[in-house]
Ligand binder design. Structure first.
Ligand code: GUN
Ligand code: ZN
Length: 470
């Protein structure tokens, strides 16, 4: 095995952020599973504690000892992003959604008909995301089957845990970037068959926390991706609903929901028999525990109720929602309705690499929402503001995201039995002001709000080192 010693910070629930100084963690080299975790082990006691656990420290056992001022935390989970849109990052803040799709996004994605271009860009996307600390990503590809297979292969090669989807979009798209209903259905089937080659790792009997009788899913999984109701015919929506449920557990689904007022209006015109936008997806059996709904800025109570009832999750994408003038999503209402919430970057509607900017913007937007619901954005001190707390924000970036991916028993924190997806934070970027007077909690909080990928010294997925600045 490999041992890790130092300060661990992880999320146990929406309200519990646990800090473990002098933790000693043992990870199996065979399958990356966390075998045990001991608390309060001084550096001088590592050998003795390991021996008591049956691990003899000889040349074959690596011990990673974190330095003072360093922190180990779970890898970040980006529950919504668009791999072909990274080259557009930073553009488009003058547009709203539908115009932005036509002017910037569809033309860029059309370029991914060229498989070699796709390979070049996707190689960078996965590499940079890993180095920024994104150990799990839910990717939309373009509509192209072959290029999207390449994206899946790159994730697998580089060791990023990922859900990869070929976009389905057979109407209301420009002639240069669309597909017929028939080709959408046939290429979705063909694209799906590509994932048969990603197999589960051999299961281990070493873990104690999670249910080892069920093998861990492959690192890279398919996710059915009807782009949004506007771009997808009822025929394709019905096909995807059936396809998802043709397997057990069902195949994951991702789509966009209620991002922008003009989008909501147009959707209601296209589906006059559905009372709500969420009701469209529900009608075609697309809402379930494996569904990730991005944005959800303009939901009503009924929609929150059906999302909660079906067990679907919401990917909150606050950088995108502000950049594209979509609105301020009320995460507090989602959580109070019992809905699972994770964070998404939504690149290139969002503009930033990695989850940290989304976490910061989620904090800011939640303050704005609480001020305005109290009646005044001008004098927030007079209101009973309930912005998202640090434990809530970090939960959304890790364990909450894992639950959207139905991976909460596998990843998201450091409980024994889970797989070791982790980051070593070692302050290095000029924006991070830390010194030896800071507690590990302070270093961690400063990293969340002022750090970047330069502070992510090591990145591990399933126990394998897959990136980092060190
Ligand atoms: N709705 C449909 N497609 C997209 C997309 O690519 N980005 C965002 N933000 N919203 C969408
Ligand atoms: Zn999106």
């Amino acid at each position: 095995p490999t041992l890790y010693h130092g300060t661990l910070i992880h999320s146990l629930s929406l309200t519990q952020l646990e800090v473990l100084p002098n933790a000693l963690l043992c990870v199996s080299d065979t399958d990356g599973i966390i075998e045990w975790l001991e608390r309060g082990v001084e550096g001088s006691e590592i050998q003795e504690v390991a021996a008591r656990k049956g691990v003899i420290l000889d040349g074959g056992v690596e011990v990673v000892v974190l330095g003072k001022g360093e922190v180990l935390c779970p890898g970040m989970i980006d529950t919504h992003t668009h791999a072909p849109q990274y080259p557009n990052n930073g553009l488009g803040q003058q547009y709203q959604l539908l115009e932005w799709l036509d002017k910037l996004t569809f033309p860029r994605e059309a370029m991914f008909a060229d498989v070699e271009y796709a390979r070049r860009i996707y190689d960078q996307v996965v590499k940079r995301n890993l180095n920024a600390g994104t150990t799990t990503a839910c990717y939309y590809g373009s509509l192209h089957d072959e290029s999207t297979r390449v994206l899946a292969d790159i994730c697998d090669d580089k060791g990023q845990r990922a859900f990869v989807g070929k976009c389905c979009m057979d109407r209301n798209c420009p002639p240069t970037y669309t597909e017929t209903t028939e080709s959408c259905i046939s290429s979705t089937k063909s694209w799906l068959s590509h994932f048969d080659k990603f197999t589960s790792p051999s299961s281990s009997d070493s873990g104690s926390g999670s249910d080892q009788s069920v093998p861990s899913p492959p690192l890279v999984q398919p996710i059915l991706t009807p782009r949004f109701a506007i771009s997808t015919t009822p025929e394709v929506l019905a096909f995807i609903g059936k396809l998802a449920h043709s397997r057990s557990p069902s195949i994951a689904i991702q789509t966009h929901l209620s991002e922008n007022p003009a989008e909501v209006e147009f959707t209601k015109q296209l589906f006059p028999d559905c009372e709500t936008y969420a009701g469209v997806y529900d009608k075609y059996d697309l809402l379930g525990p494996g569904t990730i709904l991005a944005h959800c800025v303009h939901l009503d109570d009924k929609e929150r109720e059906v999302i909660s009832k079906r067990g679907a999750g919401i990917s909150h994408c606050p950088t995108s929602n502000t950049h594209l003038n979509s609105g301020a999503a009320d995460v507090g209402k989602m959580l109070r309705a019992g809905i699972k919430v994770g964070l998404g970057t939504d690149c290139g509607g969002g503009y930033a690499l990695g989850i940290l900017p989304s976490l910061r913007q989620a904090a800011g937007v939640s303050r704005f929402v609480s001020w305005s619901s109290a009646g005044s954005t001008a004098s927030p001190s007079s209101c009973d503001a309930q912005p998202l707390s640090l434990p809530q924000l970090f939960h959304m970036a890790t364990l909450g995201g894992a639950s959207l991916c139905r991976l909460e028993s596998r990843i998201g924190n450091f409980l024994p039995g889970k797989e070791f997806d982790a980051l070593r934070i070692k302050p290095a970027s000029p924006g991070m002001w830390t010194d030896d007077r800071d507690s590990p909690e302070e270093v961690f909080e400063k990293w969340l709000f002022t750090g970047d990928d330069r502070d992510v010294a090591d990145v591990w997925v399933r126990g394998r080192r897959v990136g980092g600045a060190a």
